[in-house]
Design a protein around this ligand. Structure first.
Ligand code: PPE
Length: 311
């Protein structure tokens, strides 16, 4: 991660190295925080945040599910993010907003600790590698299950819950694979460590429903919209583990990973490189985020590159 000049923290733009927390920060001990991953692209309309409103709305929703009140509204956070991008002279970047229980009290009751908020942004390339994005990645079905709604709130993008993803990610990495696929407790294909999953079967796009323990991915929603606009049938239903070996194509979606083809699961080939429908959707997504498709301009929040007067 290449440091930039500023990070926004609790109402101020501070220098990158000064954006610090106390070691007794509540979230550091108990994982009591929520976060987002957002991207901005150097689009035809100028640098633009992709689906910023949806991301900041989800940050608020994640927080509320864990009894946290974020002091700034989603619209305010979006405005701050635009200024952060401008001040840092960025155009294409990854944006990481985080809201967490801060310093004050230790102990599991969190409601007396303030909610701190920070937003950082930096340049971040292909999450699963450029080659993975074009030729497909090799995945392993993890022995770790995606957390169930009986123990956590899978719909919340909460910091502490990511220990589940970390276990699966490390396991797949140590075994020599690019990414982990997590099943849910009922043996359905659920998510990647940080991505939603899609398969293509007989020309139909299939993805787990929102009743499954998944994060309601914003890239997932964008791909379903793009597919329907292309007259590709989209079905939200559970995908039993064994069905994975009968699919024609398989890909992952996420803000960081974007649209990433999966060419292998547990050493069995699914496609030789990127599947045909996956390639079409990947191209359309790339066109949408870069403002090349006017019908999706509503997804872009253009950032003014004029630096604020005081900088
Ligand atoms: N599931 C999980 C568990 C997840 O973390 C992400 C995003 C998604 C699905 C896809 O959601 P969306 O980005 O709205 O399409 N993962 C973020 C964090 C990755 C990281 O390594 O950190 C991301 O892609 O930014």
């Amino acid at each position: 991660m290449e440091p930039r000049e500023f990070i926004w923290q609790n109402g101020e733009f501070v220098s990158w190295n000064d954006a610090r927390v106390h070691v007794l920060t509540h979230a550091l001990h108990y994982g009591t925080g929520v976060f987002e991953g957002v991207r901005a692209y150097d689009s035809e309309l100028g640098p633009a945040i992709f689906r910023g409103k949806a991301h900041f709305d989800r940050l608020h929703k994640s927080a509320e599910l864990y009894h946290m009140q974020i002091p700034q509204s989603p619209a305010e956070l979006l405005k701050i993010t635009k200024e952060l991008i401008t001040r840092n002279g960025l155009s294409s970047c990854y944006i990481r907003p985080v809201a967490f229980r801060g310093y004050g009290e230790i102990g599991l009751f969190p409601l007396n600790s303030d909610v701190d908020v920070a937003i950082a942004a930096w340049e971040w390339g292909a999450y699963l590698g450029e080659e993975g994005k074009s030729k497909g990645i090799r995945t392993k079905i993890s022995k770790w299950r995606r957390m169930s709604g009986d123990s956590f709130i899978p719909q919340s993008k909460a910091n502490g819950q990511y220990l589940n993803s970390v276990l699966a990610k490390v396991e797949s990495h140590e075994a020599g694979y690019d990414e982990a696929i997590l099943l849910d407790v009922d043996d359905n294909v659920c998510e990647g460590s940080g991505e939603n999953v899609f398969v293509v079967k007989d020309g139909t796009l299939i993805t787990p429903p929102l009743s499954a323990p998944i994060l309601e991915g914003i890239t997932r929603d964008s791909i379903m919209t793009i597919a329907r606009d292309l007259d590709i049938e989209v079905v939200e239903r559970n995908i039993p583990r064994d069905e994975l070996f009968e699919v024609d194509e398989f890909f992952l979606t996420g803000t960081a990973a974007e649209i990433c083809p999966v060419r292998e699961v547990d050493d069995r080939a699914i496609t030789d490189g990127c599947g045909e429908i996956t390639a079409v959707l990947q191209q359309k997504y790339d066109d949408a985020v870069h403002g090349r498709l006017p019908q999706y301009h509503g997804w872009l929040d253009v950032v003014s590159m004029e630096k604020p007067a005081q900088v």
